[in-house]
Write a protein that binds this ligand. Sequence first.
Ligand SMILES: Nc1ncnc2c1ncn2[C@@H]1O[C@H](COP(=O)(O)OP(=O)(O)OP(=O)(O)O)[C@@H](O)[C@H]1O
Length: 305
Amino acid sequence: MLKIKNLNKSYGARKVLNNLNLNIDTGQIYGLLGANGAGKTTTINIICNLIQADSGYISIHNQPITDDTKALIGIAPQENLLYKTLSCEENLTFFAQIYGLRARTCREQVLKTLADVKLFDRAKSPVETLSGGMQRRLNMAVALVHQPKLVILDEPTTGLDIEARYEIWELIKQLKNQGITILLTTHLLDEAERLCDKIGILKNGQILAEGNLEQLRQYIPADEVVTIKTPNEEKAIALAQEYGFTPRRYGSDLTFLIPEALELKEIIARFEGVDIDSISRQPVRLEHIYLEVTQQDSVKSNNVR
Ligand SMILES: Nc1ncnc2c1ncn2[C@@H]1O[C@H](COP(=O)(O)OP(=O)(O)OP(=O)(O)O)[C@@H](O)[C@H]1O
């Protein structure tokens, strides 16, 4: 449904998108992950025809992106685009009219969308009286009111409490069930893990890794990760490497990628002679894969990345 091939974009000497390739199938939730400045917003702006790429190909529903394809796309930007003193219904009506919805269709669609985002009973409430989560859902309603084929959700749950997050996640799942294709950007890797059918990891304007969680696992040589606290880090690293455990630093944590399933006592036995203050283990998660993919070029002290 969305095809991006060899997309390039520079601002002056700064190359922001570097031969970007990305494909989203109809009905998929695609998670675009990347650090601040990786090029996510630039990509979104090109999809929405707000800025032009320098070169490359991009199409939606097999149509090259133009002003005509804007109607196929709905975007809920990072910052809520809402008029605080207007009611939910007035906000949504305003945006529906911008999209060209007329009179009866417009009112029907506004009320239906308010119901879809569970704000029907707050239709007459001014935005400023809504909770942060409700405002975020109304911001999503703006993206949905003209019934687009592709919805772009730019960090939809950033800054929300866990209950409000769950409500947004439910809403995103409902959109998927309705057959809507979704491009989601997020810095919350558990959110991506929970929702996305396919994930693309973006760095310096390039997709470094792409696939579902199972496919992304090939980027990390481990079944699980073990974090230890010890005053004898050098010794622990040397011993671990002998046993094929790959050392990594996540922040100040010393962690080892363990390539095979082992009992905890077997793992501890590998660190014989090392004073261990604490040890914890967890299965490989998206955050580990993400760090593995994005930090491949950065070597830190002890040759431990
Ligand atoms: N109009 C512009 N002029 C010059 N540089 C720009 C412009 N827009 C973006 N950039 C630069 O392009 C790079 C990519 O920015 P972009 O906003 O696409 O990143 P991002 O992945 O969306 O980051 P974030 O997670 O912070 O939103 C950044 O280095 C940014 O400073």
